[in-house]
Write a protein of this length. Sequence first.
Length: 144
Amino acid sequence: MIDIDHSVTIDGPLEEVWEFVSDPANNPQWQSGVTQSDQSPTGPIGVGTRVRIVRNMMGQRVEVVLETTVFEPYKQFAFKSVSGPLAVSGSIALAATDAGTELSYRATGEAAGVLGLGETIISGLVNKQISDDLRALKRLLESA
């Protein structure tokens, strides 16, 4: 089992953080290894919207399709994988604080097939990647 639970406080208004992180087109700007991120259907995101993400991970091209399962503007969105090498579900939640905006990223997943044999290693790599990505998001939004 892969468990992810990371938070970061971004010195910026909740509305600006939400507008950035809830737009899949911005994923390559803050998620390491992401080369493509597009949604279907186009237009406003809501429950049922799918996002196809292509990334380079451990020297391999990995494609995953995530489906939006919860979408509460300026509060949270949740997703689950519908294709790809990892069965994952997760959420990103935002809350206004005195210091800015707290973003919480939580997910759980299981590696399928051969990847399942190295799930402990994959869990460590994914957790490090998410932590690094949230630090990159913080730097990006605070420098804007």
